[in-house]
Write a protein that binds this ligand. Structure first.
Ligand SMILES: NC(=O)N[C@@H](CC(=O)O)C(=O)O
Ligand SMILES: [Zn+2]
Ligand SMILES: [Zn+2]
Length: 364
C-alpha cells in the first residue's frame, strides 16, 4: 500500500490506484454547480465550500440571473450564506435570453465577476423557459462574447419532441454546436455535463477553444441505474444517463489528460417531494461527496494520477485563472451517506443515500 501519494509521483511510479491509500491534490474547483437560493442555498453551500475553492454558479434561478446587477446581488447572497471560516469563491454566470442586450455582455466582461454566459435551449431543462428558442436572435451577443473572450456555456440538448430523449445531445451537436463552432471560431465554448461518446469525440476534434465538463454521476452510473429494481427518481437528471459504452467514453475522456475535459458536478438539489412525484424534477445532488465520488471513479479506472489535472488544473487553465494554492488529502475510507439531508422545512435525497462512499476528504 502506498501511504500518501501525489499525482505526479503516482504517475511516474506505475503503482496501481488500488494500492493507493491517500492522495494529495491541489484543492479542486467545481465548474458547473447549482446553488439555488434562500434556505436551499444555506443548506447546500457548506457541502461545496468544504470541498471546492471555487465554483461556476449556474444562473437558472426563478427568475433567472440575466443581468450583471442580479449576478452581483446573487453573489452577495452566496457569500452571506457561507459559514464563518469557510473559504470559497463563487464565479458568477449570466443566463442568456433572446432579449439579452450586447451592452449587458460588455458590462458583464467589465464587471470582472461574471465569468461566462449560459445558453439554455428553451424548455431543455429545469428553469430553462426563458432560454433561447431561435438561435438567430442571439448571434450579435455571441459575436460580442467572441470579441470580448467571454466563454459560452451550453446545456447541449435539443428540445424537439420528435427527437428521442437519449439522442438529444448528439442532435444538438449536429444541429447547433457544429455550426456555432464553425461560425464563431474564436469563441470559447463549454459543452456542459457531456454524456455521450459523440460529445467526447466532437469536443476533442474541435480543438482547445472547446471544452466539456463531466459530472461524477455520469462517470459512475449508466442508464440501468434509472431502473434498478424499480423506477429511481433520484438517478434522474438531464441530460439523462446513457448506455455503458458512453459512460466508458466519459471515463476515457476524464482520465485522458486532455485539458479540454474538467470537473463540473452539476450538483442540482431539488426538494424530495419534487423528485418523488408523478412528474419528478431532473437533477442529482452530489455536493455532499463530490470530490470523493470522482476519486472513486478515477480509482476504479486506475487513473488516480490523473485526478488532479481533471479536478484542479484544467478548469482554471480554460477560464484563465490561477490554480488554488492549497492542497487537500483524500483517504480511502468508507463512510455512510445519510438517507436525507435537512433543507429548511424540506429534505434533499443525496446520491448514495443510505449507502456508502469509499473515499473521504480530510479536513484542512
Ligand atoms: N442537470 C439537471 O438535471 N438539472 C439542473 C439543470 C441542468 O443543469 O440542466 C437543475 O437545475 O436542476
Ligand atoms: Zn444542464
Ligand atoms: Zn446544471
Amino acid at each position: 500500500m502506498v501511504p500518501l501519494a501525489t499525482c505526479e509521483r503516482l504517475g511516474a511510479s506505475g503503482v496501481k490506484s488500488t494500492e493507493v491509500e491517500e492522495i494529495r491534490i491541489l484543492r479542486p474547483d467545481d465548474w458547473h454547480l447549482h446553488l439555488r437560493d434562500g434556505a436551499m442555498l444555506r443548506s447546500v453551500l457548506p457541502d461545496t465550500a468544504a470541498r471546492f475553492g471555487r465554483a461556476i454558479v449556474m444562473p437558472n434561478l426563478n427568475p433567472p440571473i440575466t443581468t450583471v446587477a442580479a449576478a452581483a446581488a446573487y453573489r452577495q447572497r452566496i457569500l452571506a450564506a457561507l459559514p464563518e471560516g469557510m473559504r470559497f469563491t463563487p464565479l458568477m454566470t449570466l443566463y442568456l435570453t433572446e432579449a439579452t442586450p450586447v451592452a449587458e455582455i460588455r458590462a458583464a466582461k467589465e464587471s470582472g465577476l461574471v465569468h461566462a454566459v449560459k445558453y439554455y435551449p428553451a424548455g431543455a431543462t429545469t428553469n430553462s423557459e426563458n432560454g433561447v428558442r431561435d438561435l438567430r436572435q442571439v448571434l450579435p451577443v455571441l459575436a460580442a462574447m467572441e470579441e470580448l473572450d467571454l466563454p459560452l456555456l451550453m446545456h447541449g440538448e435539443v428540445t424537439d419532441p420528435a427527437v428521442d430523449v437519449f439522442d438529444r445531445e448528439a442532435v444538438f451537436i449536429d444541429r447547433h454546436l457544429a455550426p456555432l463552432r464553425r461560425d464563431f471560431p474564436e469563441l470559447r465554448m463549454v459543452l456542459e455535463h457531456v454524456t455521450t461518446s459523440t460529445a467526447v469525440d466532437f469536443v476533442q476534434a474541435a480543438g482547445p477553444r472547446t471544452a466539456a465538463t463531466i459530472t461524477a454521476h455520469h462517470l459512475l452510473l449508466n442508464r440501468n441505474a434509472l431502473f434498478q429494481g424499480g423506477i429511481r427518481p433520484h438517478h434522474y437528471c438531464l441530460p439523462v444517463l446513457k448506455r455503458e459504452q458512453h459512460r466508458q467514453a466519459l471515463i476515457a475522456a476524464a482520465t485522458s489528460g486532455s485539458p479540454q475535459f474538467f470537473l463540473g458536478t452539476d450538483s442540482a438539489p431539488h426538494p424530495r417531494s419534487a423528485k418523488e412525484s408523478s412528474c419528478g424534477c431532473a437533477g442529482i445532488y452530489t455536493a455532499h461527496a463530490a470530490i470523493e465520488l470522482y476519486a472513486e471513479a478515477f480509482a476504479q479506472a486506475n487513473a488516480l494520477d490523473r485526478l488532479e489535472d481533471f479536478a484542479s488544473r484544467h478548469g482554471p487553465a480554460f477560464y484563465g485563472l490561477p490554480c488554488n494554492p492549497e492542497q487537500v488529502t483524500l483517504r480511502r475510507e468508507t463512510w455512510p451517506v445519510p438517507e436525507r439531508l435537512g433543507c429548511g422545512d424540506e429534505t434533499v435525497v443525496p446520491l448514495r443515500a443510505g449507502e456508502q462512499v469509499f473515499w473521504r476528504l480530510l479536513p484542512f
